[in-house]
Design a protein around this ligand. Structure first.
Ligand code: NAI
Ligand SMILES: Nc1nc(O)c(N)c(N[C@@H]2O[C@H](COP(=O)(O)O)[C@@H](O)[C@H]2O)n1
Length: 275
């Protein structure tokens, strides 16, 4: 029996039912047909801010909603962040719920695969970067990095040594994602690498991109933690591009349906689907 870990988070059984309808279906290794289930999830302030300033990390989630996020991590095969988040936060991107691999569980079971979206290879990671160090200690998996250019051999060797890899995709030259990577291509690439569920945590650029109507069909669930604080102006804001109706009047950028709210400590967690 795995020993109890002092650094593990607790997320009680009775809180889990609320989330169940919003979680990906159970993973089946033999199911080749299923599209990757995508959950968009983040913590925001009352003024829709993810961080006090660009390039910095701000703690918004309280202990209960943080434990909820780690439970979500245990229920997805991968966690994706943009390179802005990887650089600003030096995140761990592992699951620290009690009973998951590395935190009282066996092997790496329950540990999601970190994925960093870094088209131009801006993230100058090393073996000291938290996510790689945790992989080396068996407390998480090494990242997959999605890029659009040839990676340097030295970085590739370091990543592959720990079980990670670079995945190279083509920049779109047409359509709404022109000049960027298309999210359908990103999710298909993850699917091709055996990932059937991914939770996308941010940051601002990634979330605002995905909240545009042409990507709504790709997102299975949206789960937002709202903390009872206003961060103030000049933060990293969730606010997707405004839409306009055919007659030129402004309409909301995005809206959720089938919404449920649940308090976790001082925070509230909102689950829904994009309309
Ligand atoms: N409160 C929360 O839950 C979270 C807060 N954050 C915060 O967000 C901030 C980082 O946000 P941002 O600076 O906006 O960076 P980001 O993490 O959204 O990364 C942006 C970068 O991702 C790449 N990217 C995004 N969409 C792309 C696409 N379609 N094709 C190709 N490349 C694409 C580009 O290189 C872009 O510069 C940090 O302050 C971080 O602490 C990040 C995650 C969650
Ligand atoms: N759920 C949540 N609450 C907050 O207050 C946050 N700042 C974030 N940020 C996201 O979590 C990552 C950090 O995760 P680790 O604890 O280092 O594993 C960070 O990179 C953001 O993606 N999330």
């Amino acid at each position: 029996m795995a020993e109890r870990q002092r650094d593990a988070l607790q997320f009680p059984e009775f809180e889990r039912d609320f989330l169940e309808p919003h979680l990906p279906p159970k993973y089946r290794a033999d199911d080749e047909t299923r599209r990757t289930f995508t959950t968009l999830t983040f913590a925001t302030s009352l003024d829709s801010s993810l961080a006090l300033l660009p390039g910095t990390q701000t703690l918004l989630s309280g202990p209960q909603s943080k434990a909820m996020t780690h439970y979500l991590r245990s229920r997805h095969q991968a966690i994706l962040v943009g390179v802005g988040t990887a650089i600003a936060d030096d995140p761990s991107l592992n699951c620290r719920i009690e009973g998951v691999g590395g935190y009282g569980g066996e092997g790496l079971e329950g540990q999601p695969r970190p994925v960093v979206l870094d088209p131009t290879l801006r993230w100058d990671f090393s073996s000291d970067s938290k996510v790689l160090a945790l992989a080396a200690y068996g407390k998480g998996r090494a990242p997959y990095i999605i890029c659009a250019k040839h990676p340097p051999d030295q970085k590739r060797v370091l990543l592959e040594h720990l079980g990670g890899k670079f995945i190279t995709l083509n920049i779109s030259d047409t359509g709404p994602s022109k000049g960027k990577l298309d999210w359908a291509d990103i999710l298909q690439a993850l699917r091709d690498h055996g990932i059937q569920s991914v939770m996308i945590e941010g940051g601002g650029t990634v979330i605002n991109d995905l909240l545009q109507p042409h990507y709504a069909a790709l997102i299975g669930s949206v789960i937002v933690t709202i903390a009872p604080t206003w961060l103030g102006q000049s933060g990293v804001i969730v606010s997707p591009p405004r839409r306009w109706s055919a007659d030129g009047t402004p309409i909301p950028a995005a809206r959720l349906k089938d919404v449920k709210w649940h308090p976790f400590g001082e925070d509230v967690v909102l689950c829904g689907k994009l309309q």
